[in-house]
Design a binder for this molecule. Structure first.
Ligand SMILES: C[S@@+](CC[C@H](N)C(=O)[O-])C[C@H]1O[C@@H](n2cnc3c(N)ncnc32)[C@H](O)[C@@H]1O
Length: 269
C-alpha cells in the first residue's frame, strides 16, 4: 500500500534521510506503542508521504506533521486535505518553534537524531515513540562502563526514562537504509538526583565526555575554558579522589551531577 503510494507520487527518497517505513506491521506497532487517545496532541517529525501520519490521525485530537521537503509537503497537503485534525508544517524541525504537544511519534531523519533529541528533551511532553539508527538508540540506553555510555546517555537519563522497544530491520524501509534501526520509548520525568544548575550540568557532561579517555581530574582541567572555574587546580584537589581518578564513562549520572554541583558551587561562591 505504502509502496504503491511511493510509486504513484514518483517518490524515490534517499535525500534528507528519506527512508520510508513501508512495513505495515512495524507502522502499526509504533502507533500502538504510543497508546493514542482522542485527547492527544501529537508531533510527528519528518512525515514523509504520511504513512505514519495517516495512522496517528485516525485517533488523535490534533497532529502536527513537520516535513522539510517541499515536494513531500505538497503530497501531505493533498493527502490530508480532508483531515481537520492534521496540520502540515513545512520546515526544518531544528529551526521551527515547536508547537505544544503531549506525544511525539516519529521515524526520525537519522543524521540529525542528536540535535532533535536534545531539542525534544528540553520541551515538555509525556511520551515519545521514536525510530533511530540502532547504534544511536543503544547509546541512549547503555549502562556506565560500556563503550556506548556517553553524553547522550547521561543527558537522556537526566530528562527521561528511555528504553528500546523494538528493533527494525533494513528490509522494513524503502529505500533500505544502510543501518539497522530501533524504536525508543521516551518518558520524560524529573531526574532522581539534584542538579543545582541545569545548563552547567549539561555543559559539564559535554565537556568531560569530550575527554572520555581521561580521568575526570584531567578532563576538568582540559576543558575549563568551557566550565569557567577560577583556581581550577585547587578546586579539583578538593573534590573526592574516588571520582577524580575515574573516567566520565565509569560514573553514574548521579555521580556526575554531584561533581557538577560541587564545581558550580565553587564557581559561584
Ligand atoms: C526516515 S524518513 C521518515 C518518513 C516517514 N515518516 C516514514 O516513516 O516513512 C525522515 C523524513 O524526515 C524528513 N526530514 C529530514 N530532515 C528534516 C528536518 N530537518 N526537519 C523536518 N523533516 C526532515 C525527510 O524529508 C523524510 O521525509
Amino acid at each position: 500500500m505504502i509502496d504503491s503510494l511511493l510509486d504513484e507520487y514518483g517518490v524515490i527518497g534517499g535525500d534528507h534521510d528519506q527512508h520510508f517505513l513501508v512495513d505495515d506491521n512495524f507502522l502499526n506497532q509504533i502507533v500502538d506503542s504510543a497508546e493514542l487517545t482522542e485527547n492527544d496532541t501529537v508531533l510527528e517529525i519528518g512525515a514523509g508521504i504520511g504513512n505514519l501520519t495517516e495512522k496517528i490521525a485516525e485517533t488523535v485530537h490534533k497532529l502536527y506533521a513537520v516535513e522539510l521537503d517541499p515536494n513531500l509537503c505538497d503530497i501531505l497537503i493533498e493527502r490530508f486535505a480532508d483531515y481537520d485534525n492534521v496540520e502540515i508544517i513545512e520546515g526544518d524541525i531544528l529551526d521551527i518553534e515547536l508547537p505544544e504537544f503531549n506525544k511525539v511519534v516519529a521515524n526520525l531523519p537519522y543524521s540529525i537524531s542528536s540535535h532533535i533529541t536534545f531539542k525534544l528533551l528540553k520541551h515538555e511532553f509525556e511520551l515519545g515513540i521514536l525510530m533511530y539508527q540502532y547504534e544511536f538508540a543503544r547509546r541512549m540506553v547503555s549502562p556506565k562502563n560500556s563503550k556506548d555510555y556517553s553524553r547522550l546517555t547521561v543527558t537522556t537519563n537526566f530528562f527521561a526514562d528511555a528504553s528500546i522497544i523494538m528493533k527494525v530491520p533494513r528490509s522494513a524501509f524503502k529505500p533500505a537504509p544502510e543501518v539497522k534501526s530501533a524504536v525508543v520509548k521516551l518518558i520524560p520525568r524529573p531526574a532522581s538526583f539534584d542538579v543545582v544548575d541545569e545548563d552547567f550540568f549539561l555543559t559539564f557532561v559535554t565537556a568531560v565526555f569530550g575527554q572520555r579517555r581521561k580521568k575526570l581530574r584531567n578532563a576538568i582541567l582540559n576543558t575549563n575554558s568551557k566550565l569557567g572555574i577560577a583556581n581550577v587546580k585547587e578546586v579539583v584537589n578538593k573534590l573526592p579522589d574516588e571520582y577524580m581518578n575515574k573516567r566520565a564513562e565509569n560514573l553514574e549520572p548521579s555521580e556526575l551531577a554531584y561533581i557538577a554541583n560541587q564545581l558550580f558551587n565553587f564557581k559561584t561562591a
